[in-house]
Design a protein around this ligand. Structure first.
Ligand code: NDP
Length: 334
């Protein structure tokens, strides 16, 4: 029984595919163009010579029935992981077309195809985001998987908000679909906050990085400043943990039907800078205001119920994640 992974060439999805292949699952990955998949297939097969990996091109995930063909070609799909969604800032399109449409219509399109073409599918996991949870509160809030972002599309006036709203609308639509359509499969969603960590294959770090890791490279490349105490800031989780938890969401029955809000620890840009200066003093980066950093005041989160549902979990630390990300970045960009 195989696993279908949409957006298989993405930062997070390549780690997911890696985990699945390592565990022996046959994987079908969808991408927008075959050329994006070629170097990945080559390197995956080098790493796992016996791997069962096939790639299908789905040019436009928003089209009605976009995934019908893929599911018809692969009657053995048991699990679906839907990761494909616009996650990059700087898209040169109107906000709705760039973010909301692909996120929302893409999610509904794959769910409808699974329901009508692949009734044998038992589990669907959608990669949502902490953006679907975060409340933009000025006061300190301890977030849980019961929180929903209050953001409405009408309030959106920039790319960050468009991204946040797209994730909320897509996740809500998925839960509503399941409630109304009562498909055969169980739905879970994964809500990671900022995802840092190395690219699966080193050559991927020589390209433009994903938007979340760019927070780290921005800190690296900014001259002396104290501006990092407030911004960026948030909760972080390492990509290797995000990938493992996608696999656990298929395997741990207690997590079925859950919003898996996950996170390792809170940070500010200064926290990242402090880690970089401690581990790479020779790089002579900005110093900022190390003694003033207080990442705990950013916001709180309580994910005990989620961790219980997957049988407990110990996350990679921010220090290890930042060190691994920065090392790979310098190795591939110097
Ligand atoms: P990437 O940009 O690396 O991967 C996104 C994937 O989605 C790519 O395969 C991309 O294809 C595909 N995609 C993007 N836009 C479209 C579109 N319009 N139509 C079809 N496919 C599209 O990002 P991440 O790996 O970081 O993100 C993966 C998922 O995780 C997303 O759903 C994102 O919202 C979510 N997430 C990410 C976080 C992070 O910090 N990185 C945090 C929380 C959630 P292509 O390469 O062709 O553009």
């Amino acid at each position: 029984m195989s696993v279908l992974v949409s957006g298989a060439n993405g930062f997070i999805a390549t780690h997911i595919v890696d985990n699945l292949l390592e565990a022996g699952y046959p994987v079908i990955g969808t991408v927008r163009s075959a050329t994006k998949a070629e170097p990945l297939v080559r390197d995956f097969l080098k790493k796992y010579p016996a791997a069962k990996l096939s790639i299908e091109v789905v040019e436009d995930i928003t089209a009605e029935g976009a995934f019908d063909g893929v599911l018809q070609n692969h009657h053995d799909v048991k699990y679906v992981l839907h990761t494909a969604s616009p996650a990059t800032l700087g898209l040169d399109k109107p906000l709705k077309e760039a973010y909301l449409d692909p996120a929302l219509a893409g999610t509904l399109s794959i769910l409808k195809s699974i329901k009508t073409r692949a009734p044998q599918v038992t589990n669907v996991v959608i990669t949502s985001s902490f953006a679907a949870i975060y409340g933009f509160n000025k006061d300190y809030v301890t977030y849980t998987n019961e929180h929903w972002s209050p953001l409405e599309w009408e309030q959106v006036n920039n790319e960050v908000l468009a991204y946040c709203a797209s994730k909320k609308y897509a996740e809500k639509a998925a839960w509503e679909f399941v409630e109304q359509e009562k498909p055969n499969f169980k739905l879970s969603t994964i809500c990671p906050p900022y995802v840092f960590g190395p690219q699966l294959f080193d050559w991927m770090a020589a390209k433009k990085l994903n938007t979340s890791n760019e927070l780290i490279t921005k800190v690296i490349n900014t001259p002396q400043t104290t501006d990092f105490l407030e911004k960026p800031s948030g909760i972080f989780v390492d990509v290797r943990d995000v990938a493992k938890i996608h696999k656990l969401a298929l395997e741990k029955e207690a997590s079925y039907g859950t919003r898996l809000f996950i996170g390792s620890q809170t940070f500010t840009g200064q926290t990242i800078l402090n880690i970089l200066n401690k581990n790479f003093p020779e790089k002579k980066l900005a110093v900022g205001a190390p003694e003033k950093d207080d990442p705990n005041k950013v916001l709180g989160f309580n994910i005990e119920n989620v961790l219980e549902s997957i049988g407990g979990y110990k996350f990679i630390s921010l220090e290890r994640s930042v060190v691994d990300t920065a090392s790979q970045y310098w190795q591939m960009n110097s």
